[in-house]
Design a protein around this ligand. Structure first.
Ligand code: AHR
Length: 596
């Protein structure tokens, strides 16, 4: 392997080459990075008709003790469903409630993770026919072990009046399969709405689950594409992600059923929070707008203007000054400074669809007219033939076998260097080579990424997909980070990202493998300046996709001309005993990075 580290022999890699793609899939957001513990907090998930299904809430007590139903009496016009408890407590006609009360409980997303010594903010809205004493508690899932409890008195002289209650519960025990219960021992009618429980400690205090965010911060993503994927499109347009319905005070948001991935989200993780998430990670946001096309229905280009206007408003929300109509809404949510939104993608995987080009052009013209500096991303692949429409970048998605992806390290070697840049916004090995996250998949992806690094004069961005999976709701395999209510681990594909985290903005220098098996070996080398000690470093990455050990002699020239003092070296290897090995909750480091 010959590495030419001479000054002037290299080329700067874009600052944005490696980032992340966050999609609300596999409960990545609701029940994932968003720390809300209550699932279906406003009782809206069963739909607007009443009586409705309140799943996953359940009733504590039997039918002679209380009747639980829903009505449309909420004080929030955008989410009108509220829960009504008619407490009868008719134990054999005695009108006495059981001593531990009757009421409702929520199991969260496959159990709430309640930790000893941690504080949790619980908020809910209540109205009642008279004074009510309510017990709010985190308990073990069987209700027998109390972790934290508080009493709330709702003193209502006016049955029409909703009151907001806020409590801080400190847990005296731990359980990662806990529930939140609201119970009473008093007869009467009680209405409850918008019940939220969040840990007080979240990433940068912005509501994100710390452990999962640390995993993201560790790979130093420079951009974050969001919120999908298919999630943006919807199976039907009526179920697509709507940014406008996802902003404002959390309790006023209607939530929606994401019909592609088949679950309800309260939209606590809304458009504002996505922008905040990108900012907290030091990543540029890439907002994927719905372009009037879902998996099933499409808006004709002649009727698309309301969608265009809606998308323009979303950009104003992100970057308008705090006196603008939508910028002022952002400011009221606590972020007077604009977010650095510089990229907008028009749709997801919609290129071949009937109305795509017509709709795209309407969005493109309106965006460029209002915001000339915003870079627009098309869904059409321009790598094989030139695009027939203007774009700054185009999406390229690939999910394939390990050997095919490894070979695709050369996919962009001959792509013309003029025209729009490439955004590999989704890539992964899938199918039997990958299982739920194999070493083999990761090795092939590493080879592919090396190819992207070498072609980073035309490839401007790349992100693995999907990023997260809640192990209780695997809608897509494999994924980079696996979690449940309390634990998480990176698949080998996640650990590959660690090898590229210094590449953004670094200099890629020529790195040539000579010899017989070079079609199974690939290498790239970068020089970068560490922000920790200001020194310059050379990183040589080599992937061996073959099944035998290859001895490698490395010759490096020109180190000193690049301010690199050759004072030592370190070798880091991602490895395991078998290429089909995977990490797991039991063995999270089976395939992991080892420093020699
Ligand atoms: O990453 C999972 C899905 O794959 C995305 O939602 C979609 O864009 C692609 O088909």
């Amino acid at each position: 392997l010959i590495v030419d580290a001479q000054a002037n022999s290299g080329r700067q890699i874009p600052e944005t080459l490696f980032g992340i793609f966050f999609e609300e899939i596999n409960h990545a957001g609701a029940g994932g990075i968003w720390s809300e513990l209550v699932n279906n907090r406003g009782f809206e998930a069963g739909g607007l008709n009443t009586p409705s299904n309140i799943d996953p809430w359940s009733v504590i007590g039997n039918e002679s003790q209380l009747i639980v139903s829903t009505d449309r009496s909420s004080c929030f016009p955008r989410n009108q469903i509220a829960l009504r408890m008619e407490v009868l407590c008719n134990i054999e006609g005695s009108n006495i409630c059981p001593s531990d009360g009757v009421g409702i409980y929520n199991p969260g997303f496959w159990g709430m993770n309640i930790e000893q010594g941690q504080s949790y903010k619980v908020v809910f809205y209540i109205r009642s026919t008279g004074s009510v004493n309510l017990t709010v508690a985190f308990t073990s899932s069987d209700g027998l072990r109390s972790l934290a409890t508080a009493n709330v008195i709702a003193d209502s002289s006016d049955v029409q009046k909703w009151t907001k209650k806020e409590l801080l519960l400190e847990s005296k025990g731990s359980d990662d399969n806990a529930i939140l219960s609201l119970t009473t021992t008093q007869m009467g009618s009680i209405w409850i709405d918008q019940v939220s429980a969040m840990p007080l400690d979240t990433y940068k205090g912005h509501g994100f689950r710390e452990g999962l965010l640390n995993m993201l911060a560790d790979i130093k993503p420079r951009f974050m594409r969001f919120p999908g994927g298919c999630y943006v499109e919807g199976e039907w347009l009526r179920n697509a992600f709507r940014w406008r319905a996802s902003i404002g005070p959390w309790e006023t948001r209607p939530g929606h059923f994401g019909d592609v991935w088949g679950y309800w989200t309260d939209d606590g993780l809304g458009y504002f929070e996505f922008l905040q998430l990108a900012e907290d990670l030091g990543a540029l946001p890439i907002w994927v707008v719905n372009n009037g096309i879902s998996h099933t229905d499409q808006v004709a280009s002649s009727s698309i203007l309301p969608f265009v206007k809606d998308a323009l408003d979303s950009i104003e929300f992100a970057i308008g000054d705090s006196k603008s109509k939508w910028g002022s809404v952002r400011a009221a949510m606590g972020h007077p400074e604009p977010f650095p939104l510089k990229y907008v993608a028009i749709g997801n995987e919609d290129c071949g669809k009937k109305n795509y080009k017509g709709n795209y052009m309407k969005f493109y013209s309106a965006f460029k007219n209002a915001y000339p500096d915003i870079k627009i991303i098309s869904n059409c692949d321009g790598s094989s033939h030139p695009l027939d429409h203007p774009a700054d970048l185009y999406d390229f998605h690939v999910y394939t076998s390990a050997s095919k992806l490894f070979k695709m390290a050369h996919q962009f070697d001959n792509t013309p260097r003029t025209g729009p840049k490439i955004f590999v916004s989704e890539y992964a090995v899938n199918g039997k080579d990958a299982g739920t996250g194999s070493l083999l998949a990761a090795i092939a992806e590493a080879g592919f990424l090396i190819g992207l690094e070498k072609n980073s004069d035309i490839v401007e961005m790349a992100s693995y997909a999907p990023l997260f999976v809640n192990s209780n709701d695997r809608r897509w395999n494999p994924d980079a980070i696996v979690f449940n209510s309390s634990h998480h681990y990176g698949t080998p594909s996640y650990w590959v990202q660690q090898f590229f985290k210094e590449s953004n903005g670094a200099t890629v220098v020529p790195s040539l493998i000579q010899g017989g098996s070079s079609n199974l070996l690939i290498s790239s080398s970068i020089i970068w300046q560490s922000s920790e000690d200001d020194n310059y470093y050379l990183r040589i990455k080599v992937v061996n996709f073959g099944d035998s050990v290859v001895p490698l002699n490395i010759t490096i020239t020109g180190l000193s001309s690049n301010s690199i003092r050759s004072s030592g070296s370190k070798m880091t290897v991602l490895t395991s005993n078998n290429v089909m090995d995977e990490n797991s909750f039991e063995n999270p480091s089976k395939c992991s990075i080892i420093d020699f």
